[in-house]
Design a protein around this ligand. Sequence first.
Ligand SMILES: *[C@@H]1O[C@H](CO)[C@@H](O)[C@H](O)[C@H]1NC(C)=O
Ligand SMILES: *[C@@H]1O[C@H](CO)[C@@H](O)[C@H](O)[C@H]1NC(C)=O
Ligand SMILES: *[C@@H]1O[C@H](CO)[C@@H](O)[C@H](O)[C@H]1NC(C)=O
Ligand SMILES: *[C@@H]1O[C@H](CO)[C@@H](O)[C@H](O)[C@H]1NC(C)=O
Ligand SMILES: *[C@@H]1O[C@H](CO)[C@@H](O)[C@H](O)[C@H]1NC(C)=O
Length: 834
Amino acid sequence: MASDWPLTFLVLFLFIGFGTKQHTQGEAIAAAKYLDLSGALAWLDVESNHDVLYDPAEQRTHTRQLQQQQQQHPHILTQTTTTSTFLERRALEKRCRGTTGDWCGGYELQQPVPLKPAPRGSRTCPRNCSGVGNCNHDTGTCDCPAGSQGEDCGTVLLRPCTTHFRHGGSEPAGHIDDEGRDLGLTDPGYTESRCTGICDPVTARCFCDGTYRRVNPPKGSPPGTPAPVRGRPLGNHVCQVSDDGRGNKLEWGQVPWEQIYGPNGWCNSNKPDIRCGCLFDGFSGELCDEVTETMCPNQCSGHGECDSGFCKCHDGWYGTDCARKVSGQPLEPGLHDTGSRPWLRDTVRVPPEAAAAVAGLGSTAAGGAGGGGPGAAGQSASIHTRRRPLIYVYDLPPAYNARMLQYRNDKGLCTWRGFGSGNRTEIFAWTYGLEVLFHEMLLQSEHRTFDPEAADYFYVPVYGSCFIFPLHCYADGPWWHVPSGPRVMHVTNMMLEVRDWIRKHFPYWDRRGGRDHIWLMTHDEGACYAPTEIYNSSIFLTHWGRIDKHHASNTAFTPDNYTQEYVHPEQPGGWLHLIDGHPCYTPGKDLVVPALKLPHHFRQSPLLFHPPRQRDILLYLRGDVGKHRLPNYSRGIRQRLYRLWRDQQWLQGYNVMIGDGSDVPGDYSEHLSRSKFCLVVPGDGWSPRLEDAVLHGCVPVIIMDGVHGVWEDQLELERFSIRVGEDELEGLPQQLAVVPQRVLEDMQRKLRKVWHRYAYVSHPLLSEEMKAVLQSNLGVWREQLQRVGKREDALVARTTAQLEQRAVFPAQDDAFHTVLQWLYWRIPQTRAFR
Ligand SMILES: *[C@@H]1O[C@H](CO)[C@@H](O)[C@H](O)[C@H]1NC(C)=O
Ligand SMILES: *[C@@H]1O[C@H](CO)[C@@H](O)[C@H](O)[C@H]1NC(C)=O
Ligand SMILES: *[C@@H]1O[C@H](CO)[C@@H](O)[C@H](O)[C@H]1NC(C)=O
Ligand SMILES: *[C@@H]1O[C@H](CO)[C@@H](O)[C@H](O)[C@H]1NC(C)=O
Ligand SMILES: *[C@@H]1O[C@H](CO)[C@@H](O)[C@H](O)[C@H]1NC(C)=O
């Protein structure tokens, strides 16, 4: 970074790129200023920039050397350690700069293990799961989708729309007739599932009545019977009528009857006056009549039909993502490979172990090899070894994950991707998006093993955040053990139930007392309310690093308060004793991992090769500052900061920005790219502010006593961030303003060595998105260079070439791989006895 701001700014830069919109909106915020050519070139060229991204030329040299060695000594990659050359060691040291302790590096130095083809189960299931579910040929148990239950999926499972929730008993508290209409529209009682049309009693989703009505299967139909008419969606709570058409007001709707059920209403006309959104997964088009692909983990590996989260596997295939095949049957190519569903190619990745089975690697039972498509079968034939850790991903009963996705009444919830019109892939921001993403990245990974005997770790994919929001209390179920009480309590109960299921079907929990089991809890207060029996031994991945043992919930959202006891006949001892006596995070055992931020979110970051701007904002925080919150939101920190900012005129005095969108209008990514310091403060629990700061090259100012930030125990966080006590807010700008430029630059440089560990790109869609953002930013650079470089053609050409070569994201050390590298290092500790 140039140490002095240049005297002449490239005014030209202001006319292109993204920086011009803001000054019309907020007088408070001046226009961004870009570095001038020499400043930008210095930024690009200085030694420090080599830390940002690897030098591809150097990488190519390594690869060539390695290939030559391999030709001369073919055993190198398969039998001995791969890393023996000086160059490789140097590269590795570079990659591990900024990390603490000795966890980094071993993963790369390890001796790869042979890749064995996936084992294939042969157990059978009762009545073939009635043709509705999948038979898991390892356990001999049926996995049943929404609408069915029982050991053979032969029993109906309802989740009807209702006005209230049950207090006991086993029948759901539905409030609809046999066709799905509300039994008394004017009856009081609001739940998210109430429906002024036809309710699908299996998922509690609300569709039109009238001309474009839904027709449910007749009452009493066996599970899995398809609806004769799919119908036009109303969408729960979004497009409900506010009167019954006869002058009676409904207290819970918001659209006049006429607009839904009049002659030009949404449910009666093909040219309706208003349009309700196509909220449900699988519905698209102006009138929501286009059938699209729905979202499932790894899109059923191309070996099943996705039903909004649940994979109905093709004959003989099994597992959450249909990646397995019963023994003795041929392994035919998947839908993504045969060309029949080309849109699946963007998402489906066959993990090497499953692909090895297809390729007949290491065994003679070849089966129909996979059709030569671009899928993983082709690639994997050349992979004979792989690196540890090997991770076994449990195929849990769908109630704990897949079925929750089926119960969503909005395709934008619980996950971060889906399909739109024409089956185009869509990706979008979802706060708790890592829950589904992490599961899917593991399902696709070379580290996934299907052989639990070979596994270093076991991943338990419970979708607790999806349960907490939006599932819980949208309809009468699902819930765990008690049909009421704080929603976090249900997650505690569910996790214990899952642990018991694992113990019943596998010996691996008891083998090491759960120490080699991994759980992800992405909700606000992380693992604070994990069952102690599980927390004590297992590895927890969360976004919330609170370390005090005697903690009380600090959420301002009452249903998430985990310090409330709740006693019920079904749980007479209450639940607090289940979670007592452990902190939310234990350094060394657990990880505080980054929340999911899509590359688009930090597209204006100079670290993503957007032309760098001057960092003219001293300190920055935009978000909820608690104007309409209970006092304990953010421990009161945001509220106090906001008051100080306003009352002590931090904007005028120090160019500090603190507030919500009305106080600080403009482009968030641009602002962060212009800030020297960025605030990291809690929300109801975690808030992804450390991610935002680091990904934009802004030095984090962390204010949350007793809470470790993301990677705080894996990276030298204290060398690129500042910690401020919760009682030291007064005078903050004065203190930051006198941080010497040299010290600030040093922190910025250290940050650039590790920033990429805060982003996920290990999913095919994310890596594509990352490439697109990099390309688009390079375009901005190129344009700017051409404008200003009239007199210096050679310089422009050289710089452009340099930029293009460097603009690669170091995916091998992204957030996902950082977890894997750390897990590799920890293997021996999970073997030790307590
Ligand atoms: C179950 O399915 C298998 C394979 O699809 C088939 O061979 C078998 O006959 C079926 N069994 C029953 C009882 O339907
Ligand atoms: C999108 O995918 C669904 C499910 O596979 C299919 O029914 C539909 O025809 C596809 N649409 C297009 C335009 O290909
Ligand atoms: C969990 O660990 C704590 C601290 O070591 C211990 O006091 C407690 O008894 C353990 N609880 C269980 C259920 O293992
Ligand atoms: C959580 O509930 C407990 C018990 O009702 C209460 O004492 C505490 O104040 C609540 N916490 C918050 C942050 O509201
Ligand atoms: C609110 O937060 C403060 C500071 O974290 C804490 O001391 C207090 O107990 C909390 N109040 C409630 C009601 O939980």
